[in-house]
Structures are given as structure tokens and as C-alpha cells.
Write a protein that binds this ligand. Structure first.
Ligand code: DQQ
Length: 478
């Protein structure tokens, strides 16, 4: 353990010079990370596992990385929990899954991949257990515990087990899709976690349906739980070889079928908040993490030696309007240091820009904005003194959209992939205030608005003095 710790520390020190590397978001010591996996509270500590390629800063040969925390915000690296076996059910990768407490035995259920990973029949469900405080994991010799998708179903994916208990029975939701129909979650049950019986689809989407949020051909990493008087199904929408965005359905659960009533995006940042994983805390409330992907070129990622960041832990709730409420868990406030408070900044049509006397690359902004007659207003971050580089976090009152405009975030051509706008439907009613919490952590931006919308994004300004903050407002309603 000591040699592991000193190596992780050395790697982190090597990476620390990188101006785009976040300081208070979790990421591995080096190389690649994607999905959060199997977060669990165990003996008063939180264990976070994650999809990890420990050898390169790109997706390949998935392992389960591992870190532990006392408070959900400060993490300590632990040795890799799962490594693909040299020959066996998971020789091509240990993909996503969950962790449960099986009568005191910490148990991981994960996706073992063997052979060509694109084929659903090569994705299987495997088990590993730990007897040693979740540090060392032993794979079950009888793996896989589910060796192939249900007979007679033409599936487009078969991965990412999510397991829960109802009475004495375990249930498992598997991310899947049905050819020519749409994404699907398949439901299994078991008495002991080792022998599984297929029941039926928990829910099936329709990839031809476009009047609501389009949900693609495969649903990855399902998460399913009760919240208030509703049930929530979270999925990551996959189509045409790409992970696109995460979505959630609210609905009811009857006779082991989930009946969706509404579907929404979880985060307007699309690929910047994917494969969310939830942990139900000791109060019975869900806490969610997501994978914040990169948007600079593969060459830049290779040169940096790392890629992929974990979002802040987000507390979920059910709002009166039936949508999910999302805000950072309270423990995030312990990261706060010195603060500055500004009040009554009034912008008019002749003074539509205001530069705040505050600079930095790692901070939180809490802003109450009254859009009043403004048609377009918000906060600018990571601005250079000459405005050559700047990123707009905006509310567009005409189109009723909240967004992050990255078209001017960097003058580097390498940032091309990130020269766009993320936005989604959002309305501030007359008399209402837009309450923003904005987290800047070098290249990471997380925006939370009115406890109801989130935008996660990445920016890679080229100038070291792109650290300024401003507020802006444009236009005036007639
Ligand atoms: N990532 C994992 C899969 C999952 C996907 C592989 C979602 O198990 O479906 O790294 O990002």
C-alpha cells in the first residue's frame, strides 16, 4: 500500500503543472477515466470506483480504479480494484457496474467483456467480493453469473448491472436496447446474487419517437430508485457508436414494470455529463456523480497524460413540478475559502458589461440575477484582459434557454471541438430570480440553476491571464 500511495502521489505531482487539470474535482493520478462505478458507503467512508485505463490517457482495457473519502469531497487513492484477467470472462475489460452489501460482504457486480466488445453477446455479468475493507477484490470463479442476453431478444447492448433489494429478493437492471425498437433496461431477479432469472424488460424506449427527448438505440448504465412518490430511471443515451447524453424518466413502478410519464435531459452539457451513477445515502436520498469528458483533441489529451474528470457529487430531489431537483451536496461548501461579496450591480442598456474585481481559475460563484428587462444576461468567466478569450454563462429570455457559450473560450485551434454552445430549455418567470451556482475548476465548468437545471462543460483557454470574471446584460424588452 505504501509504494502504491507514493507512486500515486508522484504521478499527481507530475500532472499538477498542467493549467487545465482540475484541483477540487476528483480524477485519477494519471491516464484515462470515464464512468463512476459502484459508489458505496461502507463503515462510515465513501468508496468511489471508476472506469480507468491506468496505462494510457485514452479509453481501452478498462479497469476499476478506486478512491475513498470521509466527506464526499476529499478523496484518497486506493489500489486498482478490478483488472481484466489474462484469460477469462473479463479478459477484454471490466466495464461498469455497481457495489452492494450482501449480508456484510461487499460485492461488485460488473460487466465482463470477452472478445469483440461491440458484440452484446460478449458483454456478461460478473461478480467480485472483498473481505478486506474493499481494498482487495476476488473475482468469483464461476464468472460470468449471466453469460448471455435473454434468448429470443435481439439486443443491441447488454451491460452495466444496477442491483437493488426488495425484501429478500435481489433485482438487477441491465442496460440494453432492442434492435429496430430502441433503448431498453432488462430486469432479472435472484435470491443470492449468483443465480439469476430473466423476468422481462423493466422499460423499453422508442427510437422513432421524436416528440419528446429522443432516447437512441441503447440505454447504458441504468439507475433505478424511488424518490418521493415517483420512481426515477436514469439512462445514458447511446447511438451510432457514441455516448450522447444522460436522461431521466420519472414514472411509476407496478408489477416490476416501470411506466414512464416524462423524460428530460439530466444535464445540458451532453457528453460532459455521462454515465451518471447514484448512491442512496443513509437518509435514503440519491447522490449522483457523472463522468465529465474532455473536449480537446486526442493529441492534446495524449500530451497531457490524463483525460476525464468526475463531477461534484449532486444531491437529487423531486420538485413540485415533477422534475428532478439537482444541487451539489452540502459538503461541497467545505471547500470554500476566502470570499468576496458584491451587491446591487445594475446593468443598463448603456452599461451592459461589468468586470468584477476578482480573478482565478478555481472558485465558486453564487449569483442572484434579476433579468428584469434584459433579453440576454449572465456571467462571463475565464476572460482575458482584452476579451480575446471568454466563456459566457447565459440566460436568453427570448428563447427561454440557459447555456454555456464556448465559441470564444480559447483562441487555440486545438480547442475546435469545444467551440460551441450547450444550452437547454429554461425559464425565469417574471419576478423570479435566476440563482446560479457556478463552479470553475481550471478546464471544468459546472453550472447549477434554480435547483432545476445543470450544465457541465469544459474550456481550455490558451492565455494564462484568462482568469477574469464579469457580468453582462443585453437588450431591453419593449
Ligand atoms: N462505459 C463503460 C460501459 C458503459 C459505458 C465502458 C458508458 O460499461 O456502457 O467503459 O460510458
Amino acid at each position: 500500500m505504501n509504494s502504491f500511495r507514493s507512486q500515486a502521489k508522484r504521478l499527481r505531482e507530475q500532472m499538477a503543472e498542467d493549467p487545465h487539470r482540475p484541483h477540487y474535482h476528483f480524477l485519477p493520478p494519471s491516464n484515462w477515466m470515464n464512468d463512476p462505478n459502484g459508489v458505496i458507503e461502507w463503515n462510515g467512508q465513501y468508496h468511489l470506483f471508476y472506469q480507468h485505463n491506468p496505462n494510457h490517457p485514452f479509453w481501452d482495457n478498462m479497469h476499476w480504479g478506486h478512491a475513498v473519502s470521509d466527506d464526499l469531497v476529499h478523496w484518497v487513492d486506493l489500489p486498482i480494484a478490478l483488472t481484466p484477467s489474462t484469460s477469462g470472462a473479463d479478459e477484454a475489460g471490466c466495464w461498469s457496474g455497481c457495489t452492494v452489501n450482501n449480508n456484510g460482504v461487499p460485492t461488485i457486480l460488473y460487466t465482463g467483456v470477452k472478445g469483440d466488445f461491440r458484440l452484446p453477446h460478449n458483454q456478461r455479468i460478473c461478480i467480485a467480493t472483498s473481505t478486506n475493507d474493499l481494498v482487495l477484490w476476488e473475482k468469483y470463479t464461476g464468472n460470468p453469473v449471466i453469460s448471455h442476453p435473454p434468448d429470443g431478444l435481439n439486443v443491441t447492448g447488454f451491460r452495466d448491472p444496477y442491483v437493488w433489494q426488495e425484501g429478500q429478493v435481489w433485482y438487477m437492471a441491465i442496460g440494453s436496447g432492442i434492435q429496430d425498437i430502441g433503448g431498453a433496461v432488462l430486469l432479472y431477479r435472484s435470491k443470492d446474487l449468483y443465480g439469476w432469472e430473466y423476468m422481462h424488460p423493466l422499460c423499453v424506449g422508442d427510437k422513432h419517437e421524436t416528440s419528446t427527448l429522443w432516447t437512441g438505440s441503447v440505454w447504458e448504465v441504468p439507475q433505478f430508485f424511488r424518490l418521493g412518490d415517483k420512481y426515477v430511471l436514469i439512462v445514458t443515451v447511446w447511438d451510432n457508436d457514441q455516448t450522447l447524453y444522460s436522461a431521466y424518466f420519472t414514472g411509476s413502478y407496478r408489477d416490476h414494470h416501470f411506466i414512464p410519464e416524462a423524460v428530460h435531459k439530466l444535464d445540458f452539457g451532453n457528453q460532459h455529463f455521462c454515465a451518471p451513477h447514484t448512491m442512496i445515502d443513509s437518509q435514503g436520498l440519491p447522490i449522483m456523480w457523472g463522468w465529465i469528458g474532455e473536449s480537446r483533441s486526442n493529441e492534446a489529451q495524449q500530451a497531457a497524460g490524463w483525460a476525464g474528470v468526475m463531477s461534484l457529487p449532486r444531491a437529487l430531489s423531486l420538485r413540485a413540478d415533477g422534475k428532478l431537483g439537482v444541487c451539489p451536496v452540502q459538503a461541497v461548501e467545505t471547500l470554500r475559502g476566502e470570499h468576496q461579496r458584491l451587491t446591487n450591480i445594475n446593468l443598463t442598456s448603456t452599461s451592459s458589461d461589468f468586470s468584477i474585481d476578482m480573478q482565478g481559475k478555481t472558485f465558486e460563484i453564487v449569483a442572484d440575477i434579476d433579468p428584469a428587462k434584459a433579453l440576454y444576461c449572465g456571467i462571463k468567466v475565464r476572460c482575458s484582459p482584452n476579451s480575446e478569450e471568454e466563456t459566457y454563462i447565459f440566460y436568453d429570455a427570448v428563447r427561454k434557454r440557459l447555456g454555456v457559450d464556448r465559441r470564444q473560450s480559447t483562441i487555440l485551434q486545438d480547442g475546435e471541438k469545444s467551440h460551441d454552445v450547450h444550452e437547454g430549455e429554461f425559464e425565469v418567470s417574471p419576478g423570479e430570480t435566476l440563482c446560479l451556482r457556478v463552479f470553475i475548476d481550471c478546464s471544468v465548468i459546472e453550472v447549477y440553476a434554480n435547483n432545476s437545471a445543470c450544465i457541465t462543460s469544459r474550456v481550455y483557454p490558451s492565455r494564462s491571464d484568462s482568469t477574469r470574471v464579469g457580468v453582462f446584460a443585453q437588450g431591453q424588452a419593449r
